[in-house]
Structures are given as structure tokens and as C-alpha cells.
Design a protein around this ligand. Structure first.
Ligand code: ADP
Ligand code: ADP
Length: 223
């Protein structure tokens, strides 16, 4: 069973008269439960590929399958629902809401979930416990270290029990100690069966991956 698959994926950005071919025919398959890294030089299409895999943006040509479903056939609202239920996102710059506490940031992610309102805070506490932040429920982002903020972001990404976690340089903005904390959380999630896809510049992280996808100039390079 595959978590993610693409066939002949192309993505061209157009800004005014300037066209950028960010992806030029990418076909890949990521089995369920895999710890996968996407690596390659800056500006060569890694974030674009991650955005396509997470259905944050539509390809110019080609297909994306999430859990064997061809997402090209889905309406925007069906796509948003699939994304919310199946995929958790973690970005380099955390993207936490600055005026909300850690607990509220995680709870806010359940805004559209079927879960009873009363259960949401409980679920959010469990997730913060899971990432080692039991004593930080009430802290706001500016009261947390970078590593702690990223762990809140990971807890938030898990709020709707996604099977797949897509992370764009989750440790890119962290010192090595915070990176180690965050990677320990990520490895734990992998052991629980999640499919993990990480865009990274870190050779150390890539060395631990089961699958390494190398992107160069918008195409895949054989390992
Ligand atoms: P990477 O993640 O490997 O650094 P990106 O996928 O971010 O690479 O970018 C690939 C190429 O697409 C780059 O040339 C970049 O400038 C361009 N690009 C990315 N996003 C956009 C956008 N929204 N509009 C226009 N060009 C973009
Ligand atoms: P980068 O990896 O390029 O330094 P980020 O990882 O912060 O930057 O964000 C990558 C892209 O994802 C940006 O174009 C941003 O608009 C988009 N993005 C960031 N957060 C979210 C989100 N929560 N939902 C949807 N798109 C997002």
C-alpha cells in the first residue's frame, strides 16, 4: 500500500512573463509507514514537490495520489477535507498563532473536526504531553524556545490524526540540541506507523531515512 504517489508531475509557476519550471516530470512512490527524506540544492523544487504531495497547490500536469486516491478528480472542498483528515504539515518557521497559548494553538487545529468540543482540549493536552510539553500548556509562542515551538507545531499537525506528516525543513531554524529533541519526536511518530516525509538539508537526518528522494533542477536523481 502506498501513502503517496506521483505520475509525471510538472509544476510551472508564472509571474508576469517569467515562467519557472519548478518540477519537470516527477514520478515517485512512498509506501505507507516510510520515513522519507526529500533532499537537493536550494531552489530545485523540493518545497514545490512537498506542496504537491500535500495538495496545498495543484500541478500544471501529472497526477498525485494520496492513499491511492487521484486527487486531481476532487473538488476544492473535497481536497481541503482530505488534506485536513489525512495530512499534517510542519513548516520551518512554526507558523504558530502568536496570541494563543500552546494548548489553544493545538485546539484551534481541531476547529473543523468531528470531535466533541469538550474533548478537544483533552486531546490537545495528550498531544502536548506526547511531545514533552506537559508543563507548557499555557505558554505563548514567544515564551517558548525554537525547539519547543516546533514541538507545539508537531502536536498541532497531529491534532486530526493524520496518517501522513509532511515537514518542510522542520529543524532548519533550530540549534543542534533542539534539532535532536524534534527528531526524537519525529522518530517516535514513525515508530507508531506514520508516514513521514521531510524536506531537509541535513545529511544526518537523510542518513536515518528509509527512502531518500533527491531533486535536482525539477527532476529526480537516482540515488
Ligand atoms: P526548494 O524547495 O528546492 O528550495 P522550491 O520548490 O521552493 O525549491 O522552488 C523551485 C523553483 O520554483 C525556484 O526557482 C523558485 O524560485 C520557484 N518558485 C517556488 N515557488 C514559487 C512561486 N510561488 N511563484 C513563482 N516561483 C516560485
Ligand atoms: P520555506 O520552506 O519556503 O522557507 P515555509 O515552510 O514556512 O517556507 O512555507 C512554505 C510555503 O507553505 C509558503 O509558501 C507558505 O505560504 C505555505 N504555508 C505555510 N504554512 C502553511 C499552512 N499552514 N497552510 C498552508 N500553506 C502554508
Amino acid at each position: 500500500k502506498l501513502a503517496l504517489r506521483t505520475e509525471g508531475l510538472h509544476k510551472t509557476y508564472q509571474r508576469g512573463r517569467i515562467k519557472t519550471q519548478a518540477l519537470r516530470g516527477v514520478s515517485l512512490a512512498i509506501p505507507r509507514g516510510t520515513f522519507c527524506c526529500i533532499v537537493g540544492p536550494s531552489g530545485h523544487g523540493k518545497s514545490t514537490l512537498m506542496h504537491m504531495l500535500g495538495a496545498l497547490d495543484r500541478p500544471t500536469a501529472g497526477q498525485v495520489f494520496i492513499e491511492d486516491q487521484d486527487i486531481g478528480s476532487l473538488s476544492s472542498s473535497a481536497l481541503a477535507a482530505l488534506r485536513a483528515r489525512r495530512i499534517g504539515f510542519v513548516f520551518q518557521f512554526f507558523n504558530l498563532l502568536p496570541n494563543l497559548t500552546a494548548l489553544e494553538n493545538v485546539t484551534a487545529a481541531m476547529m473543523f473536526s468531528n470531535r466533541e468540543k469538550a474533548q478537544r482540549a483533552g486531546r490537545a493536552r495528550e498531544l502536548l504531553d506526547l511531545v514533552g510539553l506537559s508543563d507548557k500548556y499555557k505558554a505563548r509562542p514567544n515564551e517558548l524556545s525554537g525547539g519547543q515551538q516546533q514541538r507545539v507545531a508537531i502536536a498541532r499537525a497531529l491534532a486530526n490524526e493524520p496518517d501522513i506528516l509532511l515537514m518542510d525543513e522542520p529543524t532548519g531554524n533550530l540549534d543542534s540540541e533542539a534539532e535532536a529533541e524534534v527528531m526524537a519526536n519525529i522518530e517516535q511518530l514513525h515508530q507508531q506507523g506514520k508516514t513521514i516525509v521531510i524536506v531537509t538539508h541535513s545529511a544526518e537526518i537523510a542518513a536515518r531515512a528509509q527512502q531518500v528522494i533527491r531533486v535536482k533542477d525539477g527532476v529526480l536523481v537516482k540515488e
